[in-house]
Design a protein around this ligand. Structure first.
Ligand SMILES: CC(C)(COP(=O)(O)OP(=O)(O)OC[C@H]1O[C@@H](n2cnc3c(N)ncnc32)[C@H](O)[C@@H]1OP(=O)(O)O)[C@@H](O)C(=O)NCCC(=O)NCCS
Length: 178
């Protein structure tokens, strides 16, 4: 993918020198509260980065002012491919939360997907307790299409039982973005 530019941000493919910035937030327990996975070591961050550098599924979000990578977007074409439906996700560095960066980057990617990729529909899922996440989706114009009780789990309790959580489903169709 080429670079996308917004007022304050550049959205681009990952590059090998993103390691320090990626590790700065993927090593923090708090970013996994509503995400699968555990804090990464520096070594595991490098392995993850080398996989991401080869493709378009994960995109770095970089401040124009200073070049710091402050987060990333995930963006996958979901099967069946002919439905032209992409799924959006994101994790941002907590030091840079609540400045509108995720909304700005996600809006630009949605616009790019409808305008350049020929997307028919874009979807995203989040835990209702993850208020910042669904706020972002609503600010981009996505519509809450469903609330699924106890739909998913990322962790188990000490006895091995799934810790189920609810899930909001959001979507936006081509031609409806305001
Ligand atoms: C979700 C996440 C990416 C949002 O990033 P961000 O750059 O802070 O998002 P934005 O600044 O664009 O928007 C966040 C919005 O949530 C609001 N918000 C944050 N905490 C809130 C709370 N406790 N109650 C109500 N609103 C809240 C902010 O005020 C902001 O809305 P506003 O612009 O109307 O004021 C970030 O919180 C994150 O990385 N979380 C950890 C990973 C994660 O949970 N990813 C999503 C999994 S579904």
């Amino acid at each position: 993918m080429g670079e996308l530019e917004t007022e304050r941000l550049i959205i681009r493919n990952h590059i090998p020198s993103d390691g320090d910035d990626l590790f700065e937030y993927l090593s923090l327990p708090e970013v996994y509260r509503f995400e699968p996975g555990n804090p990464l070591s520096r070594e595991d961050t490098e392995k993850l980065l080398s996989r991401r550098c080869g493709g378009d599924d994960f995109l770095a979000v970089v401040l124009k002012d200073g070049g710091k990578m402050v987060g990333h977007l995930s963006f996958h074409l979901t099967p069946p491919e002919e439905f032209l439906t992409w799924e959006l996700g994101y994790i941002f560095n907590p030091r840079y939360h609540n400045r509108g960066y995720c909304t700005e980057a996600s809006s630009a990617l949605i616009e790019y997907a409808f305008g350049r990729l020929g997307a028919h529909r874009i979807v995203a899922y989040c835990d209702p307790e993850n208020i910042p996440s669904w706020k972002v989706l609503e600010k981009t114009g996505m519509i809450r299409e469903g609330h699924f009780p106890r739909r998913a789990f990322f962790r188990r309790d000490g006895r091995g039982n799934p810790l189920w959580h609810d899930c909001y489903a959001y979507g936006i169709l081509e031609g409806t973005k305001k």
